[in-house]
Write a protein that binds this ligand. Sequence first.
Ligand SMILES: Cc1ncc(COP(=O)(O)O)c(C=O)c1O
Length: 357
Amino acid sequence: MSPVDDYRDLLDAARHRAVEWLDQVPERPIPPAADVGEVKDALGRTLPESTQDPRAVLDRLADAVEPGLLASQSPRFYGWVIGGTYPVALAADWLVSTWDQNGGMRHSSPSTTAVEDLAGEWLLDLLGLPAASAVGFVTGATTANLVGLAAGREHVLRKTGWDVSTEGLTGAPRVRLIAGAERHGSVDLAARYLGLGAARLVPSDDQGRIAVDALADALADGDGPAIVCLQAGSVHSGAFDDVGAAVAAAHEAGAWVHVDGAFGLWAAASPRLAHLTHGYETADSWATDAHKTLNVPYDSGIAIVADREAARTALGIRASYLVAAETSDPHETVPEMSRRSRGVPVWATLAWLGRQG
Ligand SMILES: Cc1ncc(COP(=O)(O)O)c(C=O)c1O
């Protein structure tokens, strides 16, 4: 038996279980039938002393886990904003696991870097965002918000003469973070990671849209570096901030503007809905998810920063043992070094759907 036979048998078994699962999703009850404790019991709680038969391990995993799965891919699922998985996205994701490339560097993985480069270019085109922007394939919109705010923090502090990369935040001018009252909690989390503290909140209307007049007042009420966080698609109502007007007010005050468009930014790709994102291209950074509206498997978010250097300065790393690319490496615009090439299923889905899809 050749070593590849071990893979073949297990992958055949995994494929069989995967297709069985997908087959029952449309009719299956949506809620999980087992809780965490029951799934742990079924898995067996004790670490085995000796090596086990891998096929038995795989069967035990699938048997134990399936009752505790939420059928969020079902056409009858109306819970949170959770995407499903298109067949081509899932299949491409399997290939990413099989190739097992470290997608952090161009030199170590030219192929997946090429795929991600193209996926990034296509996304900027579809979403109508500046073509020279940095695109980072991250774990989700929370991390994409982190990237946008990190680049913004770097940029607005540098404008005051403060290099946050070397000086840190102690003694730095205070960065004023301003957001709508109905921002998503992940913006608060990203701000906390970055030492920006809690945002000053500007009132929102009854649909969750930021009040642009109140934003202008908040910007005028103080000085120094500022970051404004706007939203494309409220998780409660679906409403979009009037970003064009809000960006104009924020830029007038010298602020960096980040847009959290976890699921809503994709409206820009639809002729019917593109009016909702009018003026969005004038912002400085954007966050969106591919695991929501684009329906690729978890985890897959996209961070976009118009000023590539701000993103690279905030997140890039140089180490003597790394062969640095002449252009930027994929790890330089994400908060990771070794990384999964999450952009590959994104590319496959865009290549399949095309512009009209
Ligand atoms: C508007 C908004 N921003 C951010 C997020 C967080 O996204 P993720 O869970 O992919 O980090 C969500 C999730 O629903 C969202 O709706």
